[in-house]
Write a protein that binds this ligand. Structure first.
Ligand SMILES: *Cc1c(COP(=O)(O)O)cnc(C)c1O
Length: 470
């Protein structure tokens, strides 16, 4: 008991701890209040430990320098960026949790060019008059899709909300039950409609919807026929959906807006790369769909953005809606998007410079050679892990092309002692962080989404973490 009292009495004073050098070094870069609070917390936690079990605390733990070191370590977290670089070794190319598409060099240059200074974001340099921020990408988008007009907003979820609200508020939109999708947690088509004030009119069953189902649902109240690309799941088997092209005459006859949420929105046909057949944006426009929406950071390989393309008078109406202001795209994104879209003017250029397109195109033998090289480098490092080259599958991800599987290879790592969970935690804590995939209690490192330029860094992180893991 007396030992505890004595230890409690020797808890250092806050002011005394603040004098120690680890905290003095932080005076210039962190607020005094933060340092003080951190010391107070450290002392409070020591006091608590002493009251619960004296054996967990030694006299050295109470030394002012020791307490200062602990408090300073907690404060230093404020000086580290929270959002930071990750090497994506999961084999999922458009991983929403990892920021989806990496940008092309041209997009990065474009961001740099406008970020540090001023730009003609909303100034028409030819006339000196006020301009429209959409104008910087509208010509590119209409050229690439064949649509009459276009605008861009914050993301595709915003694009769908805005288009539905501007074109259908207070009226009905007909949607097939098989297309009432939920994409990534909070984005559910029925809820988006409800918040946009559009009344949902569901037709068909979850696996089969026919043209006559749409026909039967049309009333005075109907404003929109909506098609939604079921990008993150597929109903396979006894199914029937009505392609947008077959809905065109129906929509025309009843003077309805035919809208399609394409989700990913392919600008170029990628079926040559082992990806499933899917209509391009241009093909959907040509089929006669009035308004289309798609993402900037899925198959397009650009920044987070939502594209809306379609008939001029409808796009005008959407542009003038107050929500368009609330969902507007920022200048850095716009710069990156414009540069990315420009690359698409020349298909070969797009393929060579847009990182995700290059990843789709990468063939299996090329991937095998890269993995083989990494395997040999890891073997040379004589690490306490078992290594193997294994066949693997890469995926598109990001809620795009659920069934697409790209045959691939991976390096499999199994620690000889210690757990895979410990290994993956240490890789996530490394700089840069490395995220792989765990399968059958082994770590798989897939190189499909790892840039050539990242491969040396990946090797260094793997070697240093695997070496210390045991
Ligand atoms: C991904 C997706 C969305 C949401 O797009 P974001 O750009 O992530 O907001 C909406 N609809 C469909 C069909 C999608 O696939």
């Amino acid at each position: 008991m007396s030992g505890r009292q004595e230890l409690l009495r020797s808890l250092p004073a806050v002011d005394r701890v603040l004098q120690e050098s680890p905290l003095r070094q932080l005076h210039d870069c962190l607020p005094q209040q933060l340092l003080t609070e951190s010391v107070q917390q450290q002392i409070a936690s020591l006091r608590q430990k002493l009251l619960v079990n004296t054996a967990t605390v030694t006299a050295e733990d109470l030394a002012p320098l020791r307490v200062a070191e602990q408090a300073a370590a907690a404060c230093r977290a404020y000086l580290q960026p929270s959002l930071r670089k990750v090497i994506n070794a999961t084999g999922t190319l458009l991983h929403t949790n990892l920021g989806r598409a990496p940008l092309a060099p041209a997009a990065l240059e474009a961001i740099n060019a406008v970020a540090a200074g001023y730009s003609n974001l909303e100034l028409d340099l030819a006339s000196g008059q006020r301009g429209e921020r959409f104008s910087h990408v509208e010509a590119l988008l209409t050229q690439l899709t064949g649509a009459e007009a276009a605008l861009v907003v914050n993301n595709n979820a915003g694009a769908v909300l805005l288009a539905l609200t501007a074109l259908g508020k207070g009226r009905e939109a007909i949607v097939s039950r098989g297309e009432l999708v939920e994409i990534g947690g909070a984005f559910r088509i029925p809820e988006v409609m409800e918040s946009g004030g559009v009344i949902l009119c569901e037709v068909g069953s979850s696996n089969r919807t026919h043209l006559k189902d749409y026909q039967g649902a049309i009333s005075e109240q109907t404003a929109i026929v909506l098609k939604v690309h079921t990008s993150n799941y597929r109903i396979v088997g006894f199914t029937k959906e009505v392609p947008a092209a077959e809905l065109v005459p129906l929509a025309r006859e009843h003077d309805l807006v035919l809208m399609e949420d394409l989700g990913s929105g392919m600008l170029h046909d990628l079926t040559g790369y082992g990806l499933p057949q899917e209509p391009t944006v241009a093909a959907t426009v040509a089929a006669g769909v009035d308004v289309l929406t798609f993402s900037g950071d899925k198959l397009l390989g650009g920044p987070q953005a939502g594209m809306i393309v379609g008939r001029r008078e409808l796009i005008q109406k959407i542009k003038r809606h107050p929500l368009a202001r609330a969902l507007r795209i920022d200048k850095l994104t716009l710069a990156a998007l414009e540069a990315t879209l420009r690359l698409y003017l020349h298909p070969q250029q797009a393929l060579e410079q847009i990182p995700v397109l290059g990843m789709f195109a990468g063939d299996q033998s090329q991937q095998q050679a890269r993995c083989q090289q990494l395997l040999e480098q890891l073997q040379q490092a004589r690490l306490p892990v078992d290594l193997a080259l294994v066949e693997d599958i890469a995926r598109v991800g990001g809620g795009a092309m659920p069934l697409a599987e790209l045959p691939d290879w991976a390096v499999e790592i199994a620690p000889r002692s210690g757990s895979v969970a410990n290994l993956t935690a240490r890789l996530r804590a490394a700089t840069p962080a490395v995220v792989g995939r765990v399968q059958n209690d082994r770590l798989l490192i897939n190189l499909r989404a790892v840039a050539e330029a990242e491969q040396d860094t990946l090797l260094q992180v793997l070697v240093s973490v695997c070496r210390d893991a045991c």
